[in-house]
Every structure is written in structure tokens, then in C-alpha cells.
Design a protein around this ligand. Structure first.
Ligand code: MTE
Length: 334
């Protein structure tokens, strides 16, 4: 984010699509429209994605029980899945420090069981919900999404969770609900980055979406990844995933979801409004003041294989989401 990174402008080669993770966009649209998705999957996709080597650390009992009813490969990206080791050792989670390796080193201190989430604001059913009660009324889905950070690196991650819209609908939004505001846990004892005198962020970390963005079928609440419970450094036990926006919108370790009438304050926007907008849609045509957004470094990469690829509008999800922003000047609403 505010930390400068260099050496990302050399040209690399795109990953080749393995057949086992390829699914057409049409299949996704069929799925979200409620058509029997598994039936429309190509056989290769049903064989499952290529991360069988991942150690399946056990989650809480409710998570493991619910896992057997997962709709695998509900949405896929066309590219190769990022190795688990990279996705869990190159992280942004400032509550645990500002180095990419800090979250893996320190997030083990965070106690994620039991966990509850407060739902409040413009809803008919406010309350404090145990995580399992919030999640288990819906079936788990696997969503293989591209994740594009504003720092111009990217990954492809198989998330496990449920559509955000399910949770919002169950809370019964009132007519005044125009935005959704999210908040991360504040606990300086378990999150050493929050206790640091050198921290930039005003805690708790906050994020927000417009109501129609939050209700979009691609907006997702993850409780797992790579077929297992979410590791702490990736935002356990509950994180947002909004694949068409820069990664900072995908807030981790959520404890509060509020439906509100006006656009909420969000952490990075509060810190540097001219650098980080509220919308933060991935846009190769609008550069960050300090670095280009035209390309991205796809992890894993190295000095010899920089693996730089072109960034796609809306991170490749334009066909699904561009309509949400019709008539808006995306240079102004960055
Ligand atoms: N959520 C919280 N609470 N704190 C953070 O520092 N970092 C964001 C986002 N969610 C962050 C957060 C940023 S900048 C990115 S790019 C993604 O998490 C990174 O997710 P990952 O570490 O799982 O790849």
C-alpha cells in the first residue's frame, strides 16, 4: 500500500490454463441464476482443482461438518492456482505488522474460536450472531478468483464460503440501507500491529461497499481456502472477497457488518484519499500516483521469471460487474 515496491515493469509470460481449472463464464452465469451448476460443469472441472498437496488443517466442528456439502468449483478463473505456500506467506494484514511475512509469523496469536459478528444499522434483524449461525444456513461454495492488490501483485485463490448477499438478505435490510460497512476486530494484545506506535491506520480497519455491489453474486464471504479452514494470516475466521476491486477492499477478521444510509469511511481512503478511493475497482487506465496499474506481477515470481502480465479492467470480471458503474466517471470515482 503506502510502502513502495519496485522492479515490476519487465515483461513475463502468461500462465497456461490447466484444463482442470478452466470453466467458462457462461457456466458461472448459469450457476448464479440458480440453474443446476454441477450438471453444467465440464467433467475435468468436476475432478477438482490442483491443490491436493495442501495440508488440510482442521477447522471448528461446524466448519468440518458443513464442508461435505460444498459446491466445488462454483466459479473459477482461467489461470493456474497460486501455490498455498505463496498465498499464506506473502500477505497484507497490518494488524500483525507491515512486512509481507509478518502475518504468517504473528497471526497465530489471534484466537478465532468462538467468534461472533454483530449485524446492525438499517436491518430488521439486528443482533450478535455466532459465526456458524451466520454461515451454515447457506451451502459452502468454492470460488476460484483472481486477487489483485493495488501494489500491483496478484494471485489466484480458491476461496470457500458463501455469497455476501445471503447474509445481507437474512438480516432484512430496511429501505434506508444504501451501503454496507465492515469492521475488523480490534484487539491490540492479539494483534501486535495495533499496539505499534508507528502504525498508520486508525483502528479498527474499516471497509465498505455500495448496496448493489454487496448484493452482486460475485461478492463473497470466505471462511476457508484451498479446501480447508481459512488460515489466520488470510483473515480468519471471516473475510470479505470482492474480486473486481483492489485487495484492500477485502477486509479480514470481520466482527461487525452494518447497513447504513451514507457512504462509510474506509481505512485506506481515510489515510490517503487521493491515493485510495472508495470504489477501488481494478482499472489499468487509472494509475496510482506512485505506480502504474497497467500490469501486475503474478505470484509466484522471481528475478529470472518476473511473471508480469497485463491487468484487466475490473480484474477480468467486467462482463459481470461493469453495469454497476454505468454513467460513472471511473477516473473521478477511482
Ligand atoms: N484487512 C485487514 N483487517 N487489515 C489489512 O491490513 N489488508 C488488505 C486486505 N484486507 C488488510 C485487510 C490488503 S491491502 C490486501 S491486498 C488483502 O487483504 C490481502 O489479502 P491476503 O493477505 O489474503 O492476500
Amino acid at each position: 500500500m503506502l510502502i513502495r515496491s519496485r522492479n515490476r515493469h519487465s515483461i513475463g509470460e502468461n500462465d497456461v490454463t490447466p484444463e482442470s481449472v478452466y470453466l467458462s463464464r457462461r457456466t458461472f452465469l448459469g450457476g448464479v441464476a440458480g440453474i443446476g451448476l454441477a450438471a453444467s460443469l465440464p467433467r475435468a472441472a468436476l475432478a477438482g482443482p490442483d491443490y491436493d498437496d495442501v495440508t488440510k488443517a482442521k477447522g471448528p466442528e461446524w466448519f468440518e461438518a458443513h464442508l461435505s456439502d460444498t459446491r466445488w468449483n462454483a466459479v473459477t478463473a482461467e489461470e493456474k492456482i497460486t501455490p498455498f505456500d505463496d498465498a499464506t506467506h506473502y500477505n497484507n494484514f497490518y494488524e500483525f505488522g507491515s512486512n509481507k511475512s509478518d502475518p504468517a509469523r504473528y497471526a497465530g496469536q489471534l484466537n478465532t474460536v468462538p467468534w461472533s459478528v454483530t449485524i446492525d444499522g438499517e436491518v430488521g434483524k439486528p443482533g450478535q450472531y455466532a459465526l456458524e449461525n451466520l454461515i451454515t444456513p447457506s451451502r459452502f461454495e468454492e470460488r476460484i478468483y483472481r486477487l489483485r492488490c493495488v501494489e500491483a501483485w496478484s494471485m489466484v485463490i480458491p476461496w470457500l464460503g458463501i455469497p455476501l448477499a445471503d447474509v445481507i438478505k437474512r438480516a432484512e435490510p430496511t429501505g434506508k440501507a444504501k451501503y454496507v460497512r465492515f469492521e475488523t476486530l480490534e484487539h491490540p494484545k492479539q494483534m501486535p500491529g495495533q499496539a505499534s506506535r508507528f502504525g498508520l491506520i486508525e483502528w479498527p480497519y474499516r471497509e465498505g461497499l455500495r448496496m448493489d455491489e454487496a448484493m452482486h453474486p460475485l461478492a463473497f464471504l470466505a471462511v476457508g481456502m484451498y479446501g480447508r479452514v481459512l488460515p489466520n494470516q488470510n483473515g480468519a475466521p471471516l473475510r470479505l472477497v470482492v474480486p473486481w476491486k483492489y485487495g484492500f477492499k477485502s477486509i479480514k477478521s470481520i466482527v461487525r457488518i452494518s447497513l447504513v444510509e451514507s457512504q462509510p469511511e474506509t481505512s485506506w481512503h481515510m489515510l490517503a484519499p487521493d491515493e485510495y478511493g472508495f470504489y477501488a475497482n481494478v482499472n489499468p487506465d487509472v494509475d496510482h500516483p506512485r505506480w502504474s496499474q497497467a500490469t501486475e506481477r503474478r505470484l509466484p515470481n522471481s528475478l529470472f521469471n518476473p511473471n508480469v502480465i497485463d491487468t484487466q479492467p475490473f480484474n477480468g470480471y467486467a462482463e459481470d460487474v461493469a453495469g454497476l458503474y454505468q454513467g460513472m466517471d471511473l477516473r473521478k470515482f477511482y
